[in-house]
Design a protein around this ligand. Structure first.
Ligand code: HSE
Length: 440
């Protein structure tokens, strides 16, 4: 190994939590990283609007600027790390870095899920790499696993807890029996949820990540606009309790599944059997289950966010690019696992065509014939019941909760049946519907 070769030079756009972690990890482990990559990797230039804070993090030997374009214009920089986030200026800077012939490392799931096709196309045309291990599940090397480790397999489905904020909230709701609003406030106080938590709690962040995994697994373009996205803000503590009585936990899952008719891509609260390993992933941790035809079921677990866990993924990408820097672009691992020109236009199925089981909670009048009418509607719509639980009514109480678990059905059928059930005068409140997956 030639250890005298000049270190590869990296410019960092945005030195917040992940950026400072990346700087620290590169410094602390530089000797081992050099032994792995074949040459040193050095952040030599940082751009951040807060120049003083950036300077305090990187010390006097690194150039600090407030204009990211000065990094892109610097011919000595080989790799640009984009840690600004969002689709605005980050998109412009990534495309400009590519046009300038720089490799790009990014943690920006939103950017890739929405504009990935344009970005990967630009990178391929220019012969540079856009690496994004940090974009999905933080420190868990799930991109590497899907793109390389599992490349023998026909991947059948992926189901992941890929948003730590919502998993923390759901864990607290379950263990303490608290309502969503109370736990969200606590999560914000502890720094697990942002001041504006919309992207996390409404499932958008998880859907960005599921979209990227779906593309890698099935060889299709990234298509965030086709994903079905539901968050956890409407989830009630009562449903978490009933699910538990029936042997299930509720998790916000990102699911993508290959079906004969197309591909399912969806994020929503999901009942999963309490005994599954992934059902026991608690707090802000992430986990992804991947089912491949050869390997069977595999599980990847770890921290999905945070300074050094995410930096771990960013630095791994830097090492990958450093190793492949001089390789013919045709011989590099394709951005989306399948070779350019080999992506398929398999459709993403609309939610009405998704097949899943359901948990239903109906607040009903406690009168004779009510259950019969409801089960009759399900039968008329060709939906098979798996289990029924009725809350014991207190003396003199005139209403009760009826919980129904169904077997797998096409979602459109369930939507129709729900409308019919909702119209019954004995159904006293909006019916709660939560999807259920056995993951076996
Ligand atoms: N906000 C994300 C989460 C981390 O809560 O998991 C970054 O995607």
């Amino acid at each position: 190994m030639n250890t005298t070769i000049k270190p590869i030079q990296v410019g960092l756009l945005g030195i917040g939590t992940v950026g400072s972690g990346t700087f620290k990890v590169l410094q602390r482990n530089q000797a081992e990283i050099r032994r792995r990559a074949g040459r040193g990797i050095e952040i030599t230039m940082v751009a951040d609007l807060d120049v003083a804070r950036a300077r305090a993090i990187v010390g006097p030997d690194v150039a600090v600027v407030d204009d990211a374009r000065r990094i892109i214009a610097n011919p000595d920089i080989d790799i640009v790390i984009e840690l600004i986030g969002g689709y605005g200026i980050a998109k412009a800077l990534v495309l400009e870095a590519i046009a300038a012939g720089k490799h790009v490392v990014t943690a920006n799931k939103a950017l890739l899920a929405v504009h990935g096709t344009e970005i990967f196309e630009a990178a391929s045309a220019k012969g540079v790499v856009v690496a994004f291990e940090a974009a999905v599940a933080g420190g868990i090397p799930i991109i590497k696993a899907l793109r390389e480790g599992l490349s023998a397999n026909r991947i059948e489905w992926i189901a992941g807890i890929i948003n730590g904020t919502t998993n923390f909230i759901l864990s607290e709701m379950r263990s303490k029996g608290l309502d969503f609003g109370v736990v969200l406030k606590e999560a914000q106080r502890l720094g697990y949820a942002e001041a504006d938590p919309t992207f996390d709690i409404e499932g958008v962040d998880a859907a960005h990540k599921a979209t990227i995994m779906s593309a890698l697994a099935f060889g299709i373009p990234v298509q965030f606009d086709k994903a079905h996205v539901e968050g956890i803000s409407a989830l009630q503590a009562a449903d978490i309790r009933y699910a538990e009585q029936l042997g299930y936990r509720i998790k916000l899952l990102g699911i993508t599944k290959r079906r004969e008719q197309g591909i399912e891509l969806r994020v929503h609260p999901t009942l999963i059997p309490a005994g599954r390993l992934i059902a026991n992933v608690e707090g802000a941790m992430n986990a992804v289950v991947v089912q491949g035809d050869a390997v069977g079921t595999t599980l990847y677990y770890g921290k999905g966010a945070g300074s050094e866990p995410t930096a771990s993924a960013v630095v791994a990408d830097l090492v990958d690019i450093t190793r492949l820097h001089t390789a013919d672009p045709e011989h590099r691992v394709p951005h989306l696992a399948f070779r350019r020109g080999e992506l398929h236009d398999t459709p993403i199925l609309p939610i009405d065509e998704v097949v899943t089981a359901f948990y239903l909670r109906l607040q009903v009048a406690d009168e004779k014939g009510v259950l019969a009418r409801i089960t009759g509607i399900l039968a008329d719509n060709d939906i098979s019941i798996d289990a029924v639980l009725q809350r014991e009514s207190a003396e003199g109480e005139k209403q009760t909760d009826l919980i129904i678990l169904t077997h797998d059905t096409v979602e459109g059928r369930m939507t129709k049946a729900l409308a019919q059930m909702q119209a019954l005068p004995t159904v006293l409140a909006p019916i709660v519907r939560i999807r259920k997956e056995e993951l076996n």
